[in-house]
Design a protein around this ligand. Structure first.
Ligand SMILES: [Zn+2]
Length: 325
């Protein structure tokens, strides 16, 4: 998007009298997401910018809320938060073409922006995001083809050329909210990367593979732990990190079944277990998996065979009082 179009867009968003500054390739103004994502609700300094790129996808970035992505992502966010889709509808036809004519796929990398919890609303992605990746058609890290198919695993390269196994993150009814991908090369950084505006802190991985009325729900940390526990025949979701957020806990509370916490056998896993238990214990029965004494450090469910996984879940210990952190 060229500089003139960006200035025009910012005026449409922030008003005709919006303060606009030019800083090399960047066009800066106040952050249009400030009402929802900035603690103060406004942005007096222009901490937001869109980079002018002739004939290419322009990206935006805000130094305060750390939001970033393509211009189309920005318009989608504004539409979601403001519940006003008019600008998005006005710009989408041109921007959509720009996005998918060989340009990089939109990727947002949130680093914990401040959000007003009452404004949080999840909006599923459109159908065009469903078949972006080639299905994983080989057995990988002990994950069978059948399991890969059930999850919807894909293979794809990100915009930096890193090959990734891509997990779709879907809601209870299969609605798609984004993707998270683990690099196939163990040395690649970052190892895990999120795509298409995935709001990890609001979602659990695996809601779409839960059975209708599960006797309990197993909660794991990692992507492949989820795949392996699912393959062992257990109803499982992953928090995608060791710190279960309040919003993630809400899903489990809504499902209203006992939760079995099966985090990694390391320090992060143990403190994560306490955090998760504290968020859940007043709402649903909570049990935690106890690794056998001779378990090597840093073991996670991904390292265990199916029989061991089922045994540990069956023998999980009930947590009766909120654990001290
Ligand atoms: Zn901002």
């Amino acid at each position: 998007m060229d500089r003139d179009s960006i200035m025009q867009l910012i005026k449409e968003i922030n008003g005709a009298s919006a303060e606009i500054q030019h800083n090399q390739d960047w066009v800066n103004s106040s952050c249009p997401l400030a009402p929802w994502l900035h603690e103060s609700g406004h942005d007096r300094q222009p901490s937001f910018g869109i980079k002018a790129e002739e004939n290419e996808v322009s990206r935006f970035f805000c130094f305060t809320c750390k939001s970033s992505g393509s211009v189309l992502d920005l318009l989608k966010l504004i539409a979601d938060y403001s519940e006003d889709r008019s600008l998005l509808e006005q710009y989408e036809p041109t921007l959509t073409n720009e996005e998918f004519a060989g340009g990089p796929l939109p990727e947002w990398n949130y680093t914990k922006p401040v959000r007003r919890s009452d404004r949080i609303r999840l909006v599923p992605l459109g159908e065009e995001y469903e078949d972006l990746y080639d299905p994983l058609d080989f057995e990988y890290r002990g994950v069978s083809l059948a399991t890969a198919q059930r999850i919807g695993l894909g293979v794809g390269g990100d915009s930096r050329g890193v090959s990734r196994i891509v997990f779709p993150v879907k809601g209870l009814n299969g609605e798609l909210y984004g993707h998270t991908g683990r690099a196939t090369d163990p040395d690649a950084t970052p190892r895990i990367r999120d795509f298409h505006g995935l709001r990890k802190e609001l979602l659990l991985l695996g809601l779409h593979t839960l059975p209708k009325d599960p006797p309990y729900v197993v909660l794991v940390e990692g992507l492949f732990a989820y795949a392996k526990v699912l393959q062992a025949g257990e109803p499982v979701v992953a928090s995608m990190h060791a710190n279960l957020t309040q919003h993630q806990a809400q899903w489990l509370i809504r499902i209203n079944r006992p939760v079995v916490i099966f985090y990694d056998h390391d320090k992060a896993g143990r403190s994560g277990t306490k955090i998760a238990a504290n968020r859940l214990i007043n709402h649903v029965p909570v049990r935690r998996v106890v690794y056998p004494k001779d378990t090597p450090p840093k073991t996670d469910p991904d390292d265990l065979d199916p029989r061991m996984i089922r045994n540990l879940i069956r023998r999980a210990k009930l947590i009766c009082t909120p654990p001290q952190i």
